[in-house]
Design a protein around this ligand. Structure first.
Ligand code: FAD
Ligand code: A2P
Length: 274
C-alpha cells in the first residue's frame, strides 16, 4: 500500500491525497451564486444526477464537507458544481473565494435518487427545480441517456429574479451546438424558466403553472399523464412537498432506486427549522 502524503495548498492545508481535487475554473453568476469545475478522480464513476460530499479543510484541521449535486454529466472529464453563497455559511463563506489552481476535498462516493434507474420507462420527463436545485438537471440535460429514453424533456426552473436563471439559461443555450450531444438533444428539450419576484417573459411558481395548466398551454403540449409522464424534483423542502402533491394529483407516484415509479425527489438543501 502506498503512503498517503499530505498536500498543502492555499485554500485548505494538508488535504490527504486521494480526496484532493484541483479547481480548474470559477464563474460568479450573481452575488449569491457561482459555479466551478474541478479535476475528476480517475476512479470516480457516477450516474448523472447524483451528489457527492465536497468541502474544504476547516480551521480546526478537520474536513468541512457538504452535499453537492454533480452538475456535469457522467461522461465529462472534469466535475462541475453550482453553488449558493450563504453569507455566514460555514462552508460557502470560504468556498466562494476559491480560485483556479487551489484544491477542494471531494469524497468519491456518489449517491442520490435523481437518476434514470429510479423511474419507470416513459415518453416525457419533467425536470422541476428552484434555485440551485437545477444542479442535478445541469448534469441530466447533458446526459445522452436522457434523450435516448424520452421523446420530450421539459426543464422548469424557477427563481425569484432573472439573474438567478442565467446559469441554466446559458447551459440550455449551449446544448444546441454541443458537438457531443447537440444532435441527440435536437428539439426534444423544452426550457420553461420563470421568475416570481421580477418581471420576466414567464412568471409564477412551478406548482401554480402546473395546476393552472399554463405551462401546457404555453408550450403547446398535452397535460401530465401518469401513463407517459415522469418527473424529477429538486428544491427546498417546502417546494418539494408542494410539487409532490401536484404530481400525485396527476396520478404519479414516488419512486426510488430500489422501486422505480413515476417521479423522484431530492432536497436541494436542508433549510433552517424545516
Ligand atoms: P449551511 O450551514 O449548510 O447552510 C446554512 C443555511 O443556508 C441552510 O440552513 C439553508 O437555509 C441555506 N442554504 C444552504 N444551501 C442552500 C442552497 N443551495 N440554496 C438556498 N439556500 C441554501 N448546495 C448548492 O449550492 N449546490 C448544490 O448542488 C447542492 N446540492 C445539495 C444536495 C443535497 C442532497 C443536499 C442535502 C444539499 C445540497 N446543497 C447544495 C446544500 C449544501 O449541502 C450546503 O448546505 C450549502 O453549500 C451551504 O453550506 P454552508 O456550510 O455554507 O451553510
Ligand atoms: P416565491 O418568490 O413565490 O416564494 P427561495 O429563494 O425562497 O428558496 O425560492 C426560490 C423559488 O422557489 C422562488 O421563485 C419561490 O417563489 C419558489 N418557491 C418557494 N417555495 C415554493 C413552494 N412551496 N412551492 C412552489 N414554489 C416555491
Amino acid at each position: 500500500m502506498t503512503e498517503q502524503k499530505p498536500v498543502s495548498d492555499t485554500a485548505a492545508t494538508k488535504v490527504t491525497l486521494p480526496d484532493a481535487q484541483t479547481v480548474t475554473s470559477v464563474t460568479h453568476w450573481t452575488d449569491t451564486l457561482f459555479s466551478f469545475r474541478v479535476s475528476r478522480p480517475q476512479s470516480l464513476r457516477f450516474r448523472s444526477g447524483e451528489f457527492v460530499m465536497i468541502g474544504l479543510m476547516g480551521d480546526n484541521g478537520k474536513p468541512l464537507l457538504r452535499a453537492y449535486s454533480i452538475a456535469s454529466p457522467a461522461w465529462d472529464e472534469e466535475l462541475e458544481f453550482y453553488s449558493i453563497k450563504v453569507p455566514d455559511g460555514p462552508l460557502t463563506s470560504k468556498l466562494q473565494h476559491i480560485q483556479p489552481g487551489q484544491q477542494i476535498i471531494l469524497r468519491p462516493k456518489p449517491v442520490g435518487t435523481l437518476v434514470h434507474d429510479a423511474l419507470l420507462p416513459g415518453k416525457r420527463v419533467w425536470f422541476l427545480a428552484t434555485g440551485t436545485g437545477i444542479a442535478p438537471f445541469a448534469s441530466l440535460m447533458r446526459e445522452p441517456e436522457t434523450y435516448e429514453k424520452y421523446d420530450e424533456v421539459i426543464m422548469m426552473h424557477t427563481c425569484r429574479t432573472v439573474a438567478e436563471l442565467e446559469y441554466g439559461r446559458q447551459l440550455v443555450a449551449s446544448l444546441q451546438d454541443d458537438p457531443l450531444i447537440g444532435e441527440l438533444v435536437g428539439d426534444k428539450l423544452k426550457y420553461y424558466p420563470t421568475t416570481t419576484r421580477e418581471d420576466f417573459a414567464h412568471m409564477g411558481r412551478i406548482t401554480d403553472n402546473l395546476t393552472s395548466g399554463k405551462v401546457f398551454a404555453d408550450l403547446g403540449i398535452a397535460p401530465m399523464d401518469a401513463g407517459t409522464d415522469r418527473a424529477m424534483v429538486c428544491g427546498s423542502l417546502a417546494f418539494n412537498k408542494d410539487v409532490m402533491a401536484v404530481l400525485e394529483g396527476f396520478g404519479l407516484r414516488e419512486g426510488a432506486n430500489s422501486d422505480p415509479k413515476e417521479y423522484v425527489v431530492e432536497k436541494a438543501f436542508v433549510g433552517e427549522g424545516v
